[in-house]
Design a protein around this ligand. Structure first.
Ligand code: C5P
Length: 247
């Protein structure tokens, strides 16, 4: 109708932000700035956060893993928006537990970069060392401090994860403890495991719970707190079965 403007309906875009699982991690050195050099294998799994973007400037967090996730400037969604100089109202539905070694915050930041059309791995790395892998996804050998990615062929695999409730482990604290221990290598696939057990000794109880229920030797996901075994064990109490996803 002439003279009457149509109401503005902002386009809403929803993106999935999948968790990453670090299947193996060797610490190969240390940079002069204190960051550790890695040689790791990471895969994307189908435990996903969801981000919905509309016009505006806000962040709302809900979902089964939203507890203790800040919605202020500490949230990587806000930091990623700032890094790409974009504004949006974001509704973040959290399913990936925080502080669990599954790269949840990094996955959310990578989703913001994808939404904005940014594929700059150096910018991704400036937000966190897991963000480059989360941006590319799939399966990769990851080196440097996390920014050097070598894509690997997709493999269909399933894993059972056990994330201890109310136990989040600080990545920074685990690397610091590893330095204090003078960098022991682990017997298992993850060099961060001995240090994580020093930072959070109660992790051992959850490792044993998963080991007893499955008859397998659990590995720690990244810096923890999640333990995982390969295979499907729906009988594990609180266990979550995930499968690998293509990029
Ligand atoms: O990069 P992100 O924020 O995940 O790392 C948290 C902390 O973990 C860093 O501040 C650093 O102390 C430590 N870190 C490290 N080497 C890496 C990754 C993280 O020392 N490759």
């Amino acid at each position: 109708m002439p003279g009457v403007s149509e109401p503005q309906v902002s386009a809403s875009v929803t993106l999935r932000a999948p968790a990453k699982l670090t299947l193996s991690l060797r610490v190969t050195g240390k940079r002069s700035d204190g960051y550790h050099l890695l040689d790791a294998e990471m895969v994307t799994v189908d435990l996903v956060d969801e981000l919905t973007f509309v016009d505006g400037d806000d962040l709302r967090v809900d979902g089964p893993a939203a507890e203790d996730v800040p919605d202020d400037g500490r949230n990587l969604v806000r930091r990623a928006l700032q890094a790409v100089a974009r504004r949006a109202e974001v509704h973040l539905h959290k399913r990936i537990p925080a502080g669990a070694g599954l790269g949840g915050g990094s996955a959310d930041a990578a989703a913001v970069l994808r939404w904005s059309g940014c594929d700059d791995l150096a910018l991704a790395a400036s937000l966190g060392s897991d963000v480059p892998f989360c941006l590319v996804g799939g399966r990769a050998r990851v080196r440097g401090i996390g920014e050097a990615l070598e894509p690997l062929p997709f493999e269909e695999r399933r894993f059972t994860l056990l994330t201890p409730p109310r136990l989040s482990v600080s990545t920074l604290a685990v690397y610091a403890a590893r330095d204090d221990l003078d960098g022991p290598s682990a017997d298992g696939p993850n060099d961060l495991e001995p240090a994580a057990l020093v930072v959070a000794p109660e992790l051992a109880r959850w490792r044993d719970k998963l080991g007893d229920a499955t008859g397998r030797t659990p590995a720690l996901a990244g810096s923890g707190s999640t333990w995982f075994v390969e295979g499907t064990f729906p009988e594990v109490e609180r266990g979550v079965v995930v499968r690998t996803m293509r990029p």
